[in-house]
Design a protein around this ligand. Structure first.
Ligand code: CLF
Ligand code: SF4
Length: 297
């Protein structure tokens, strides 16, 4: 990233399990599900939620108040020594719930200063909150960017909620894309590490993601994570994508390889839930339900 020295970057990523392939063998992350509302609609969302803003079959996360989230984070950090990162990644959008999100960050900055703070967003409100993100010491931000072309965007996003009204179609995608790109540039200028997540939707944005990868790299994103659309009609409401298939693992890998010429690619993402706890690929969320955390005292 342009304004960061290699040594600074190394320091920021060395104990973050998502930003460093190495670190994920040694460090754990947790999410607190404090952000129930969302300000856009993705055609692939079934509100089962996670950092990638990706739909994944599972049980809906237990939404916590900020106070509960802080309590849970402190309990988990005390119980799991490898815990290095606290992320807010849903179940809706972290920045569509700014009071809740920043209340958790502010409190943890005081009470658990060693924990790295991480945020995942669809990017719509990002430019408005970059200052607050920096002030809260959030060092890692993930933006889910699925396209740069509003005609493609119109097939992925049926609407956004913007300026007190619902906007649809191409116009909605145009605004979302502009906000994501502006947010990315602003974060890079502040020296905050940015990871871009993209959901690969065969026949819709798969070829286009190579261009997305080139552009976000040129703007200073640190890492690109292309994730497969998880298509399981038995579980989800795939609003505008009924019958849409996900990519095969070969297709996914081919696209990741094609992007890798220009960009650091993440290949160890486990598409976590919005309340995941533990090492990547491990979910100990059930051990730390709010009921159990309360009982720990
Ligand atoms: Fe969470 Fe996301 Fe932070 Fe990681 S997850 S907010 S960057 S702490 Fe990681 Fe999970 Fe993949 Fe996300 S493996 S879904 S990339
Ligand atoms: Fe669902 Fe996330 Fe998209 Fe909002 S941003 S509609 S929560 S996938």
């Amino acid at each position: 990233q342009m304004n960061l020295l290699a040594a600074d970057i190394q320091k920021k990523v060395q104990d973050h399990p998502c930003y460093s392939e190495q670190a994920h063998h040694h460090y754990a992350r947790m999410h607190v599900a404090v952000a129930p509302a969302c300000n856009i609609q993705c055609n692939y969302c079934n509100r089962k939620y996670d950092c990638s803003n990706e739909s994944r079959p599972g049980v809906v996360s237990e939404v916590l108040t900020p106070a509960q989230a802080v309590k849970k984070t402190l309990a988990v950090a005390a119980a799991i020594p490898q815990m290095s990162v606290l992320g807010i990644a849903g179940p809706g959008d972290a920045l569509a719930n700014p009071a809740r999100t920043f209340s958790v960050f502010r409190e943890l900055q005081q009470r658990a200063p060693d924990l790295k703070l991480c945020l995942s967003t669809n990017g719509l409100m990002l430019p408005e909150y970059v200052e607050q993100i920096a002030a809260a010491n959030v060092d890692h931000v993930t933006i889910t960017i699925n396209c740069l072309d509003p005609d493609i965007g119109a097939r992925i996003y049926p609407w956004i909620f913007w300026d007190h009204r619902r906007i649809r179609g191409r116009e909605a995608a145009e605004i979302l894309i502009a906000q994501q790109q502006k947010g990315l540039e602003m974060l890079v200028a502040r020296g905050i590490l940015v990871k871009v997540n993209s959901v690969m939707i065969p026949g819709i944005n798969d070829e286009h993601l190579k261009e997305v990868s080139r552009v976000v790299r040129a703007k200073g994103a640190f890492l690109h994570n292309v994730m497969p659309l998880i298509s399981d009609p038995a579980h989800g409401t795939f609003f505008g994508l009924a019958g849409q298939r996900g990519p095969s693992s070969e297709e996914l890998q081919a696209l990741q390889d094609a992007c890798a010429g220009d960009m650091n690619m993440m290949r160890h993402c486990r598409q976590c839930r919005a309340d995941a706890v533990g090492m990547l690929g491990e979910d100990r969320g059930d051990e730390f339900s709010m009921e159990k955390v309360e009982a720990m005292e």
